[in-house]
Ligand binder design. Structure first.
Ligand SMILES: Nc1ncnc2c1ncn2[C@@H]1O[C@H](COP(=O)(O)OP(=O)(O)OP(=O)(O)O)[C@@H](O)[C@H]1O
Ligand SMILES: [Mg+2]
Length: 282
Protein backbone atom coordinates (compact mmCIF):
# COMPACT_ATOMS: atom_id res chain seq x y z
CA UNK A 1 0.00 0.00 0.00
CA UNK A 2 1.23 3.46 -0.77
CA UNK A 3 1.88 5.82 2.07
CA UNK A 4 -0.18 8.96 2.35
CA UNK A 5 2.31 11.64 1.41
CA UNK A 6 0.07 14.65 2.04
CA UNK A 7 1.43 16.99 4.69
CA UNK A 8 -0.52 19.38 6.84
CA UNK A 9 0.20 23.11 6.91
CA UNK A 10 1.72 22.73 10.36
CA UNK A 11 4.06 20.02 9.12
CA UNK A 12 4.94 22.17 6.17
CA UNK A 13 5.87 25.09 8.48
CA UNK A 14 7.91 22.74 10.59
CA UNK A 15 9.66 21.50 7.46
CA UNK A 16 10.51 25.06 6.41
CA UNK A 17 11.79 25.87 9.93
CA UNK A 18 13.95 22.76 9.87
CA UNK A 19 15.32 23.63 6.48
CA UNK A 20 16.14 27.15 7.72
CA UNK A 21 17.88 25.66 10.76
CA UNK A 22 19.80 23.32 8.50
CA UNK A 23 20.92 26.22 6.32
CA UNK A 24 22.09 28.10 9.39
CA UNK A 25 23.92 25.05 10.75
CA UNK A 26 25.42 24.47 7.37
CA UNK A 27 27.02 27.87 7.24
CA UNK A 28 28.55 27.46 10.70
CA UNK A 29 29.79 24.01 9.81
CA UNK A 30 31.12 25.18 6.49
CA UNK A 31 33.10 27.97 8.09
CA UNK A 32 34.44 25.70 10.78
CA UNK A 33 35.48 23.13 8.25
CA UNK A 34 37.15 25.58 5.97
CA UNK A 35 39.12 26.88 8.95
CA UNK A 36 40.22 23.40 9.98
CA UNK A 37 41.12 21.93 6.75
CA UNK A 38 40.80 23.82 3.56
CA UNK A 39 40.78 21.62 0.50
CA UNK A 40 41.21 18.27 2.16
CA UNK A 41 40.29 16.53 -1.02
CA UNK A 42 43.34 16.41 -3.16
CA UNK A 43 42.05 16.27 -6.69
CA UNK A 44 43.52 13.48 -8.68
CA UNK A 45 45.00 14.77 -11.89
CA UNK A 46 42.94 13.00 -14.57
CA UNK A 47 46.02 12.03 -16.54
CA UNK A 48 47.66 10.55 -13.46
CA UNK A 49 44.51 9.01 -11.97
CA UNK A 50 45.27 5.47 -13.05
CA UNK A 51 48.88 5.70 -12.01
CA UNK A 52 48.00 7.13 -8.58
CA UNK A 53 45.57 4.36 -7.80
CA UNK A 54 47.67 1.66 -9.41
CA UNK A 55 50.68 2.48 -7.27
CA UNK A 56 48.66 1.76 -4.12
CA UNK A 57 46.51 -1.20 -5.04
CA UNK A 58 47.00 -4.66 -6.45
CA UNK A 59 45.92 -5.63 -9.94
CA UNK A 60 42.74 -7.36 -8.83
CA UNK A 61 41.57 -4.28 -6.91
CA UNK A 62 42.19 -2.05 -9.94
CA UNK A 63 40.27 -4.54 -12.07
CA UNK A 64 37.29 -4.50 -9.68
CA UNK A 65 37.36 -0.70 -9.46
CA UNK A 66 37.40 -0.46 -13.25
CA UNK A 67 34.41 -2.78 -13.42
CA UNK A 68 32.48 -0.56 -11.01
CA UNK A 69 33.35 2.43 -13.20
CA UNK A 70 32.36 0.73 -16.44
CA UNK A 71 29.23 -1.12 -15.30
CA UNK A 72 28.21 1.10 -12.38
CA UNK A 73 27.43 2.08 -9.74
CA UNK A 74 30.36 4.51 -10.05
CA UNK A 75 30.67 7.36 -12.55
CA UNK A 76 34.11 8.59 -11.56
CA UNK A 77 36.58 8.80 -8.69
CA UNK A 78 37.18 12.41 -7.83
CA UNK A 79 39.93 12.54 -5.22
CA UNK A 80 41.39 11.06 -2.11
CA UNK A 81 39.93 11.86 1.32
CA UNK A 82 42.23 9.74 3.43
CA UNK A 83 45.21 7.47 2.89
CA UNK A 84 45.63 5.06 5.77
CA UNK A 85 47.52 1.93 6.67
CA UNK A 86 44.63 -0.42 6.06
CA UNK A 87 42.45 1.46 3.64
CA UNK A 88 42.15 4.54 1.46
CA UNK A 89 38.94 6.51 1.24
CA UNK A 90 37.99 8.39 -1.93
CA UNK A 91 35.30 10.81 -2.92
CA UNK A 92 33.51 9.44 -5.97
CA UNK A 93 30.31 10.06 -7.92
CA UNK A 94 27.58 7.58 -8.69
CA UNK A 95 25.74 7.42 -12.03
CA UNK A 96 23.32 10.16 -10.88
CA UNK A 97 26.25 12.43 -9.97
CA UNK A 98 25.64 12.02 -6.27
CA UNK A 99 28.72 12.08 -4.07
CA UNK A 100 29.65 8.76 -2.50
CA UNK A 101 32.58 7.64 -0.39
CA UNK A 102 34.52 4.60 -1.47
CA UNK A 103 36.68 2.80 1.04
CA UNK A 104 39.23 0.48 -0.53
CA UNK A 105 40.96 -1.98 1.77
CA UNK A 106 44.54 -2.87 0.95
CA UNK A 107 45.33 -6.54 0.49
CA UNK A 108 48.01 -6.96 3.13
CA UNK A 109 49.01 -10.10 5.01
CA UNK A 110 49.87 -8.27 8.26
CA UNK A 111 46.48 -6.60 8.29
CA UNK A 112 44.72 -9.87 7.65
CA UNK A 113 46.47 -11.38 10.69
CA UNK A 114 45.04 -9.00 13.27
CA UNK A 115 41.68 -8.98 11.47
CA UNK A 116 41.32 -12.67 12.27
CA UNK A 117 41.16 -11.89 16.01
CA UNK A 118 38.01 -9.89 15.52
CA UNK A 119 36.41 -12.41 13.18
CA UNK A 120 37.15 -15.45 15.34
CA UNK A 121 34.47 -15.65 18.03
CA UNK A 122 31.85 -13.75 16.11
CA UNK A 123 28.96 -16.19 15.61
CA UNK A 124 28.12 -14.51 12.29
CA UNK A 125 31.36 -15.75 10.75
CA UNK A 126 31.70 -19.48 11.04
CA UNK A 127 34.42 -20.18 8.49
CA UNK A 128 37.59 -18.12 8.54
CA UNK A 129 39.38 -18.17 5.18
CA UNK A 130 43.12 -18.92 4.97
CA UNK A 131 43.69 -16.79 1.91
CA UNK A 132 44.84 -13.20 2.67
CA UNK A 133 42.59 -11.44 0.16
CA UNK A 134 39.59 -13.53 1.26
CA UNK A 135 40.10 -12.37 4.87
CA UNK A 136 40.21 -8.75 3.69
CA UNK A 137 37.07 -9.27 1.56
CA UNK A 138 35.35 -10.75 4.59
CA UNK A 139 36.49 -7.74 6.62
CA UNK A 140 35.07 -5.28 4.08
CA UNK A 141 31.80 -7.21 3.99
CA UNK A 142 31.79 -7.12 7.78
CA UNK A 143 31.95 -3.33 7.68
CA UNK A 144 29.13 -3.30 5.13
CA UNK A 145 26.97 -5.64 7.25
CA UNK A 146 27.68 -3.69 10.44
CA UNK A 147 26.78 -0.43 8.70
CA UNK A 148 23.54 -1.99 7.46
CA UNK A 149 22.63 -3.26 10.89
CA UNK A 150 23.33 0.12 12.52
CA UNK A 151 21.62 2.07 9.74
CA UNK A 152 18.53 -0.13 9.97
CA UNK A 153 17.96 0.72 13.62
CA UNK A 154 18.21 4.43 12.80
CA UNK A 155 21.75 5.13 13.92
CA UNK A 156 23.80 7.97 12.52
CA UNK A 157 26.23 6.10 10.27
CA UNK A 158 26.90 6.53 6.54
CA UNK A 159 24.28 4.63 4.54
CA UNK A 160 25.89 1.51 3.06
CA UNK A 161 25.43 1.42 -0.71
CA UNK A 162 27.47 -1.35 -2.31
CA UNK A 163 30.13 -3.92 -1.55
CA UNK A 164 32.37 -5.79 -3.95
CA UNK A 165 35.38 -7.68 -2.65
CA UNK A 166 37.55 -5.11 -0.82
CA UNK A 167 35.66 -2.05 -2.11
CA UNK A 168 32.92 -0.56 0.01
CA UNK A 169 30.72 2.26 -1.26
CA UNK A 170 28.79 4.29 1.27
CA UNK A 171 27.09 7.62 1.74
CA UNK A 172 29.53 10.51 1.62
CA UNK A 173 29.52 12.69 4.72
CA UNK A 174 30.48 16.23 3.85
CA UNK A 175 29.52 19.31 1.91
CA UNK A 176 30.43 19.12 -1.75
CA UNK A 177 34.15 18.47 -1.95
CA UNK A 178 34.78 19.19 1.72
CA UNK A 179 34.45 16.03 3.79
CA UNK A 180 33.18 16.34 7.35
CA UNK A 181 36.03 16.73 9.86
CA UNK A 182 36.73 14.12 12.50
CA UNK A 183 35.64 15.02 16.03
CA UNK A 184 39.24 15.16 17.19
CA UNK A 185 39.72 18.32 15.12
CA UNK A 186 36.73 20.10 16.62
CA UNK A 187 38.14 22.05 19.52
CA UNK A 188 35.00 23.95 20.38
CA UNK A 189 31.78 22.11 19.50
CA UNK A 190 28.66 24.22 19.89
CA UNK A 191 26.84 22.12 22.48
CA UNK A 192 29.31 19.57 23.89
CA UNK A 193 26.89 18.12 26.47
CA UNK A 194 24.35 17.36 23.81
CA UNK A 195 27.06 16.01 21.53
CA UNK A 196 28.31 13.66 24.24
CA UNK A 197 24.79 12.49 25.00
CA UNK A 198 24.20 11.74 21.33
CA UNK A 199 27.35 9.62 21.18
CA UNK A 200 26.39 7.81 24.39
CA UNK A 201 22.92 7.19 22.96
CA UNK A 202 24.64 5.74 19.88
CA UNK A 203 26.68 3.30 22.00
CA UNK A 204 23.57 2.21 23.88
CA UNK A 205 21.38 1.76 20.82
CA UNK A 206 24.15 -0.02 18.93
CA UNK A 207 24.40 -2.50 21.81
CA UNK A 208 20.74 -2.91 22.68
CA UNK A 209 19.10 -2.67 19.25
CA UNK A 210 21.76 -3.57 16.70
CA UNK A 211 23.43 -6.00 19.17
CA UNK A 212 26.88 -4.71 18.26
CA UNK A 213 29.86 -3.12 20.00
CA UNK A 214 31.85 -0.68 17.84
CA UNK A 215 35.24 -1.69 19.24
CA UNK A 216 37.24 1.28 17.93
CA UNK A 217 35.10 4.20 18.98
CA UNK A 218 36.94 7.43 19.66
CA UNK A 219 37.13 11.03 18.43
CA UNK A 220 39.11 9.64 15.44
CA UNK A 221 36.17 7.61 14.13
CA UNK A 222 33.41 10.13 14.58
CA UNK A 223 32.68 12.71 11.90
CA UNK A 224 31.15 16.04 12.90
CA UNK A 225 28.55 16.95 10.34
CA UNK A 226 25.72 19.47 10.69
CA UNK A 227 26.76 19.68 14.33
CA UNK A 228 25.89 16.03 14.75
CA UNK A 229 28.11 13.02 15.25
CA UNK A 230 28.26 10.47 12.43
CA UNK A 231 30.00 7.27 13.47
CA UNK A 232 32.33 5.63 10.95
CA UNK A 233 34.93 2.87 10.67
CA UNK A 234 32.68 0.15 12.02
CA UNK A 235 34.51 -2.79 10.39
CA UNK A 236 35.85 -4.24 13.64
CA UNK A 237 32.49 -4.02 15.43
CA UNK A 238 31.62 -7.32 17.07
CA UNK A 239 28.40 -9.03 17.99
CA UNK A 240 27.52 -8.60 21.70
CA UNK A 241 28.03 -12.36 21.99
CA UNK A 242 31.70 -12.04 21.07
CA UNK A 243 33.85 -13.10 24.07
CA UNK A 244 35.56 -9.71 24.12
CA UNK A 245 32.45 -7.60 23.45
CA UNK A 246 32.33 -6.21 26.97
CA UNK A 247 36.04 -5.36 27.04
CA UNK A 248 35.63 -3.45 23.79
CA UNK A 249 32.48 -1.76 25.11
CA UNK A 250 34.29 -0.55 28.25
CA UNK A 251 37.14 0.77 26.10
CA UNK A 252 34.76 2.63 23.74
CA UNK A 253 32.97 4.23 26.70
CA UNK A 254 36.24 5.30 28.33
CA UNK A 255 37.51 6.85 25.08
CA UNK A 256 34.39 8.97 24.77
CA UNK A 257 34.35 10.08 28.40
CA UNK A 258 38.05 10.95 28.22
CA UNK A 259 37.56 13.03 25.10
CA UNK A 260 34.79 15.09 26.69
CA UNK A 261 36.70 15.37 29.96
CA UNK A 262 39.54 16.93 28.00
CA UNK A 263 37.03 19.41 26.57
CA UNK A 264 36.30 20.41 30.17
CA UNK A 265 33.03 18.59 30.69
CA UNK A 266 32.00 17.19 34.03
CA UNK A 267 31.36 13.64 32.92
CA UNK A 268 29.41 11.06 34.95
CA UNK A 269 30.92 7.77 36.12
CA UNK A 270 31.67 5.65 33.02
CA UNK A 271 30.94 2.49 35.04
CA UNK A 272 27.35 3.54 35.65
CA UNK A 273 26.90 4.14 31.96
CA UNK A 274 28.49 0.78 31.16
CA UNK A 275 25.94 -1.02 33.38
CA UNK A 276 23.14 1.02 31.87
CA UNK A 277 24.19 -0.14 28.39
CA UNK A 278 24.39 -3.81 29.26
CA UNK A 279 21.20 -3.32 31.24
CA UNK A 280 22.36 -4.48 34.64
CA UNK A 281 21.71 -2.58 37.86
CA UNK A 282 25.08 -1.80 39.40
N1 LIG B 1 31.50 8.13 4.52
C1 LIG B 1 32.51 9.01 4.61
N2 LIG B 1 32.33 10.29 4.20
C2 LIG B 1 33.34 11.19 4.29
N3 LIG B 1 34.58 10.90 4.77
C3 LIG B 1 34.81 9.64 5.18
C4 LIG B 1 33.80 8.63 5.12
N4 LIG B 1 34.31 7.47 5.60
C5 LIG B 1 35.59 7.74 5.94
N5 LIG B 1 35.90 9.04 5.70
C6 LIG B 1 37.21 9.69 5.91
O1 LIG B 1 38.23 8.73 5.73
C7 LIG B 1 38.99 8.57 6.93
C8 LIG B 1 39.36 7.11 7.12
O2 LIG B 1 38.18 6.33 7.22
P1 LIG B 1 38.07 5.15 8.25
O3 LIG B 1 38.25 5.67 9.63
O4 LIG B 1 36.80 4.41 7.96
O5 LIG B 1 39.29 4.26 7.79
P2 LIG B 1 40.41 3.56 8.68
O6 LIG B 1 40.02 2.13 8.81
O7 LIG B 1 40.67 4.33 9.92
O8 LIG B 1 41.65 3.60 7.77
P3 LIG B 1 43.13 3.41 8.29
O9 LIG B 1 43.06 2.65 9.59
O10 LIG B 1 43.79 2.68 7.21
O11 LIG B 1 43.61 4.84 8.49
C9 LIG B 1 38.12 9.14 8.03
O12 LIG B 1 38.88 9.66 9.10
C10 LIG B 1 37.35 10.22 7.32
O13 LIG B 1 38.12 11.42 7.27
MG1 LIG C 1 39.44 5.27 11.29
Amino acid sequence: MEENNKITEEESDEFIDNEMDKKFDLSIDELQKRKIDNKRIKKIDQSKKRATIESVFDERTIFTLNKLLVNGPLENVEGIISAGKEANVYLAYDMDRNEVAIKIYKIDSNTSKWMRNYIIGDPRFKKIPRNVSKVIYLWASKEYKNLKRAYKVGLNVPKPIYIKDNLLIMEYIGFESIPAPILKDIKDPKDPINLMNEILAFIKKLYQNAKLVHGDLSEFNILYHNQKPVIIDISQAVSIQHPKAEVYLARDINNIFNFFKKLGLDTPDPKDFYYEVINIDA
